[in-house]
Ligand binder design. Structure first.
Ligand code: SF4
Length: 465
């Protein structure tokens, strides 16, 4: 029996080195026990009190594994299950004999690893969604802190997202595993705070002070070392794309299509949940969250905008900013019952460029619109609207699947290949940007006139019901 002791719960390099040596020595996974430094000997299996060293490797022999296994292993190792090291070792061992093992999607080991990678990915997204910083230390230099309890070992892995998102403010994320700190220049990590000391609401500052008085903050040397950790985490982050492929496409099949029937809340919720983890284009990296469509499951009109704006990105709801307010007013004037329409965007993540403290809207480009169209299509499949209103050029491109000029097509019903009707009009934010009040008033009237076509259809459907 061999005992391998890893440096930490997330010691991927240590695991990889040991697993490779074990495989080259033909030591079967069943003969290996994995532990993390700090675990006591009385936790060892009976009969295993010493750690026998591996015999020297006698040959130069080596072997290769598919690159996607390495990617899968990097993510899976962040799972909290103690059996993950052995599971990955078993997969590595089996890949030596069967290079295509990962294609066997019903294999229990493959399934389990993919499920673990998916759980890690969801936890990272949960952290991105739930971490809310509170300002503390107002009497001295302001600092922001948040408490988060991850399900898996993801704090270091997820930290680069918060560095990018909150680059201008010093912050700390406190957690039971490890605490992450950003001082505006470098990220550092300190030991976690036990769950017993979890700060009560309103007592975050007290906990932060107790643990992170200046003399307890990391030394410059420690910061250099920890900067390396950040770099490593930055390298790891793109691998989430691969974890999604594992979990989204293969192990957790998409919800069945609802074509031909009306949606249930479950259908929509499943879709929303799935979209929350989308990594199909790069836009998720800087945005706060996926902003999915909203509205009643029975809606027969779907309004499609371009993308969430700054306010929507923070709130997590579509059309809650100034353009949303203008849309509400125009819908009311046109006679459309806002409560009975489903509103969404062609692109579900906010695209912007930072300018100081402001995030400037950027128009999505064709590859981003294409990547996100899957969500629009699936929303249509679930909601089954009779009419789709494309507001603006991006929405029109998504609805028609090609560049569709607004001027030439607005204000009339257009047949879609699936039998639905489409209506093209401008985006309310276009109206907001018009500098000339007269032109603005005129364009607003035209917008309301376009929406009246939707109102007519809504009334007709209500009479028929
Ligand atoms: S913008 Fe759309 S495709 Fe891109 S990551 Fe977000 S949800 Fe996915």
């Amino acid at each position: 029996m061999y005992l391998i002791i890893l440096d930490s719960e997330t010691d991927f390099d240590g695991w990889r080195q040991a697993a490779r040596a074990l495989a080259l020595h033909h030591i079967a996974p069943a003969d290996v026990t994995w532990q993390v430094q700090g675990q006591t000997k009385d936790q060892l299996p009976p009969g295993l009190s010493e750690a026998p060293g591996l015999p020297p490797i006698e040959t130069e022999s080596t072997f290769t594994v598919p690159a996607n296994f390495i990617e899968l292993a990097r993510i899976t190792i962040l799972h909290r299950d103690d059996g993950r090291f052995a599971l990955l070792n078993r997969l590595l061992w089996r890949l030596k004999a069967d290079h295509d093992l990962l294609e066997a999607i019903t294999d229990p080991d493959v399934t389990q690893a993919a499920a673990m990678a998916g759980a890690v990915q969801r936890d990272v997204q949960r952290m991105r969604d739930l971490v809310r910083f509170r300002e503390i230390g107002r009497d001295q230099k302001a600092h922001y802190a948040a408490w988060f309890e991850p399900e898996h070992h993801i704090i270091a892995f997820a930290a680069p997202f918060f560095v990018r998102r909150f680059a201008d403010i010093p912050w700390s994320i406190l957690s039971p595993d490890v605490c992450a700190h950003w001082d505006g220049h470098a990220v550092s990590f300190t030991p976690g705070i036990s769950r017993r000391e979890r700060p009560a609401p309103g007592h975050l500052e007290e906990t932060w002070r107790r643990h992170f008085q200046p003399d307890r903050l990391p030394t410059p040397d420690a910061l250099v070392k920890r900067r390396r950790n950040l770099h490593e985490a930055s390298i790891l982050e793109p691998l989430l794309v691969d974890a999604e492929r594992w979990t989204g496409g293969r192990i957790s099949p998409r919800p069945e299509t609802t074509m031909g029937r009306k949606a249930t809340s479950d259908d929509l919720e499943a879709l929303r949940e799935e979209a929350a983890h989308c990594r199909a284009c790069h836009l998720y990296k800087d945005a706060t969250q996926t902003v999915f469509g909203e509205g009643p499951k029975s809606a027969n009109i779907m309004l499609v905008g371009e993308q969430p704006g700054d306010k929507e990105d923070l709130a997590g709801h579509p059309f809650v900013g100034p353009a949303g307010k203008m849309l509400d007013r125009a819908l009311e004037e046109a006679g459309v019952d806002r409560k009975k329409v489903y509103v969404t965007n062609a692109v579900k993540h906010f695209k912007f460029v930072p300018r100081g403290k402001i995030r400037l809207h950027q128009k999505p480009v064709t590859p981003e619109i294409r990547a996100c169209r899957q969500w629009y299509e699936r929303e249509v499949s679930v909601i089954q609207p009779d009419l789709i209103v494309a507001m603006g050029a991006t929405a029109a491109q998504s609805v028609f699947g090609k560049i569709t000029p607004i001027g030439k097509n607005r204000g009339r019903l257009i047949d879609l290949p699936d039998g639905r009707k489409a209506l093209v009009t401008v985006h309310p934010s276009y109206l907001l940007r018009l500098p000339d009040p007269e032109a603005k008033a005129l364009e607003y009237r035209r917008f309301v006139e376009d929406l009246k076509i939707a109102a007519g259809l809504q009334k007709k459907a209500a009479r028929a019901a």
